[in-house]
Design a protein around this ligand. Structure first.
Ligand code: H53
Length: 842
């Protein structure tokens, strides 16, 4: 039966169209209606949780109306769409973002106040949507915001994990992981029980030949798991465009447990199938920049990719266009190699199910896909054992072998003299066991490959993907420097600074959509009133963080001290260990001073935050050392306010929104050549903090934009890292004397059992110091001294901060998305004011 309402009855629909609240009175009415009818409560038992729920539902109603219109508009215009495939979307909270993006926060604030609530308290009730680990997942979330704000027809596709990234507790200085069950009440998703796809695993392949001699492969048997769609509306800023994030949840294909088994007393296995199916989308793997090759992870990848492609193909087929037009309608971006099986799956659909020739199909595939690489770290580059792929996805392995065969034949034809190249670039690594190299498969199956910052893109072209540049030519490899959304990371996180900026740069609606307008504030850099207001905003943000620190740790810090922040995933390459060694050095120096001297030093608060992957022993040791140093330093009566060391538990998006605006200096100190881009560096500078950093990732482009007088760079360069490592392992490895002193104090037991930190010390002293902590330590300490000196001159410091913010326009994710749209996707925005005939009954 056709689901659309016939023409004569449509008038009644149009007359009764839902509209959502307009203005404060209607907002209040909607909140009360949701409290009383949706939640079945009343003014006699409406707590903040209920008020949050009702407020969210009132906003959701608004979003969903625009979302429906946007989808209709896009369907009717039949324009090319972008599909962003990402295993992680680190969204954080949605309510505040929805209020600001649709421009109704003031309405909500006064409406809630009349109903007896403070909007800030209501916003705090929301649980973060934490379906990601770190930078890669948050980048995907910033991209969704930009895609919607710029009116691009775009969908995100991901997994609806029942458990997001774990919650971190610190107990006796150690990290303890607690499950993050976040779906208790989630008003931001719409279950689509009618949008399901059955996904096949295991089984075997049979081939048949028809009369014309054409061979067709049939993938048969095995097990089936059902994917159910959950849709999350993504509001654009200051535009009605509202895009869709579709997250897949797994369930048993029958939807029920086996009654026969149940009745015959086999209770366990009767629910076993159901539980096995649900396991697929149960939990996010908590590793950042590390591949562990687990079977369930591969299952997650195929499940998500197959459901998404089925959905995309189904939408395309409705247009009744010929297959060759598929790439004119569809651009699919692979966020890292996690969705690379989509390349194989589309080829399978085209040749096995749709009957296309290999070459025609392969052309379509290559024109459709593009791949973003986010790392050069070898331990993060995905490989799957051939045996595992064969077992789980037998038909896909055959196709991978064919892709590889045709690719290697092409290489052999074009480079007949270079026999060794074949084994270097083969998608199948001839190791024991054999492995599928996912990055190579992604490159071969895409028309564009991009890195995420200039240095990183240069590195992938000259190191890990060098041969592929030779084979495909340089134009296939491009750079798109990462960006961040200024809506969340300035306007939402730092309303004080946002409105101060607006007083010079024009309406938020303008400058938040064209961030280069920030440069207007540079004209006011010497305006005393502006500078004073600037300093007051920073102090208020530091006070807000100081209050938070007091309430969560009990430690009192002075907002007048220099706040030095390093918040990010804990990883040896990010070098939190170097930071804490530097803090110990500072502590020793303070201890050696007389009380009079000590009074003269600039007080500093060293703030750390970040999660360690549960199986990453060294990262956990780093957390333990930070906490142990904190408990010694913070309780040392000699030290007082001169130095405090804080570890903030459970760093996540909503905590970042409090921490980032409060920083004076933040640390982005990875070993040169290891951090592909970094994006928090951009957030900190945009919020009027300066950074201390290495010549790595996007730090380099930040320097280019803001000027080298406004950043504290130090350390060895990427081009020297190989030689230094060689020297550290084979040559004479002398430890920096200041670092040696720090190590001796750690080993004397000053911060607790020396044995607990032996791994960190011997990594530097005895095991080649792979991350060059000792090589960079002297330069790091010197630069930290320069930070102290510079901060003492507050006038110059504020000038640096204002100038830097003024020059940060380049790092908006809008710029970044426009580059993808032009250079890679070839898509155009669809303006919301063009009606396209919607509502006329077509
Ligand atoms: O991706 C960010 C970069 C950052 C890089 C990060 C990343 C992950 O979070 C996880 C896996 C991976 O390969 C890379 O480490 O430098 O800013 C977004 O591009």
């Amino acid at each position: 039966v056709e689901a659309s309402i016939p023409e004569p009855q449509r008038e009644a629909w149009l007359k009764n169209q839902a509209s959502g609240f307009k203005g404060k009175d209607q907002f209040e009415k909607e909140v009360v209606r949701h409290v009383e009818t949706t939640l079945a409560r009343s003014m006699f038992n409406c707590d903040e949780t209920a008020a949050y729920a009702a407020t969210s539902l009132a906003f959701r109603d608004r979003l969903v109306i625009e979302w429906n219109r946007t989808q209709q508009r896009q369907t009717f215009a039949d324009s090319k769409r972008v599909y962003y495939l990402s295993l992680e979307f680190l969204m954080g909270r949605a309510l505040d973002n929805a209020m600001l993006n649709i421009g109704e926060k003031e309405v909500a604030k006064s409406g809630l106040s009349e109903l007896g609530f403070r909007v800030e308290d209501i916003i705090q009730q929301e649980h973060d949507a934490a379906l990601g680990n770190g930078g890669l997942g948050r980048l995907a979330a910033c991209f969704l915001d930009s895609l919607a704000s710029l009116n691009f027809p775009a969908w995100g596709y991901g997994l609806r994990y029942r458990y997001g990234i774990f919650k971190q507790e610190i107990i006796d200085g150690y990290q303890v992981e607690v499950p993050d069950y976040w779906l208790d009440f989630n008003p931001w998703e719409f279950p689509r029980h009618d949008v399901t796809v059955d996904i096949q695993f295991y089984g075997n392949v049979n081939k048949t030949t028809d009369d014309s001699g054409k061979v067709t492969a049939h993938w048969e048997g095995g097990e089936t798991v059902r994917a159910v769609a959950y849709d999350v509306p993504i509001p654009g800023y200051a535009t009605p465009s509202t895009n869709n994030l579709r997250l897949w949840s797994s369930q048993a294909a029958s939807g029920e447990f086996d009654f026969q088994k149940f009745n015959s007393g086999d209770y366990e296995s009767s629910v076993g199938d159901q539980q096995r199916a649900e396991t697929i989308s149960a939990v996010l793997y908590p590793n950042d920049n590390l591949d562990r090759g687990k079977e369930l992870r591969l299952k997650q990848q195929y499940f998500w990719v197959a459901a998404s492609l089925y959905d995309i193909v189904r939408r395309f087929k409705k247009s009744k266009r010929p297959w060759r037009e598929f790439p004119d309608q569809v651009a699919i971006q692979l966020n890292d190699t996690h969705p690379t099986l989509a390349i194989v799956e589309l080829q399978r659909i085209l040749i096995d199910l749709e009957g296309l020739d290999w070459d025609d199909a392969w052309n379509i595939v290559q024109q459709t896909f593009s791949y973003t690489n986010h790392t050069v770290l070898p331990e993060a580059l995905e490989k799957w054992s051939v045996g595992l792929v064969q077992h789980l996805l037998p038909r896909h392995l055959q196709i991978i072998y064919d892709i590889n065969l045709f690719f290697l034949q092409m290489v052999e034809r074009n480079f007949p003299k270079d026999r060794e190249m074949l084994s270097r670039v083969s998608i199948i690594e001839e190791s024991q066991p054999k492995m599928v190299r996912m990055a190579y498969l992604a490159i071969v199956g895409s028309h564009k490959v991009n890195g995420v910052a200039e240095l990183h893109s240069d590195l992938i072209r000259t190191t890990i993907f060098k041969d592929f540049v030779t084979i495909f030519g340089p134009d296939k490899f491009v750079n798109v420097t990462n960006g961040i959304t200024p809506r969340r990371w300035l306007h939402q996180a730092n309303p004080g600074l946002s409105s101060l900026i607006a007083s010079k740069a024009g309406d938020p609606e303008h400058y938040l959509k064209d961030l280069t307008l920030l440069n207007k504030i540079e004209l006011s850099v010497n305006d005393p009133a502006f500078r004073k207001a600037w300093a007051e905003v920073k102090l208020a943000n530091k006070q807000r963080l100081a209050d938070y620190i007091k309430s969560t740790t009990g430690i009192v810090v002075s907002p007048k001290a220099l706040f030095d922040v390093q918040v990010k995933r804990i990883h040896e390459y990010k070098r939190q260990q170097m930071n804490i060694f530097g803090v110990i050095f500072r502590y020793l120096k303070l201890k050696s001073m007389s009380p009079e001297e000590r009074k003269k030093v600039l007080p500093r608060v060293s703030i750390f935050g970040g999660k360690a992957a549960p199986g990453y022993w060294m990262a956990k040791q780093i957390i333990h050392l930070i906490n142990s140093v904190g408990s010694v330093v913070n309780n040392d009566p000699d030290i007082g306010d001169a130095l405090k060391v804080i570890f903030l538990e459970d760093y996540n998006v909503s905590k970042a929104e409090i921490i980032i605006p409060a920083s004076d200096i933040s640390e982005h100190i990875s070993t040169a050549g290891t951090e592909a881009s970094g994006t928090s560096n951009m957030k900190f500078v945009l919020n009027g903090g300066l950074i201390i950093g290495t010549c790595d990732g996007a730090n380099i482009e930040i320097t280019r934009e803001i000027g080298e007088e406004n950043i504290f760079l130090f350390g060895n360069l990427a081009e020297d890292v190989d030689d230094l490592r060689h020297k550290n392992t084979y040559g004479d490895h002398k430890i920096d004397p200041s670092l040696d002193k720090v190590f001796n104090v750690i080993q004397s037991g000053t911060f607790g059992n020396a044995q607990d930190f032996q791994g960190m010390v011997s990594a530097v002293r005895e095991h080649g110091d792979f991350y060059l902590v000792s090589d960079d330590f002297h330069s790091y300490l010197e630069t930290q001294e320069l930070v102290d000196k510079s901060y003492a001159d507050q006038e110059l410091w504020i000038t640096k901060c204002i100038t830097s913010v003024a020059r940060m326009g380049f790092f908006s994710s809008d710029r970044c998305i426009n580059e993808y749209a032009e250079e890679i996707w070839n898509v155009e925005p669809l303006q919301p004011d063009t009606n396209n005939g919607v509502g006329k009954g077509e």
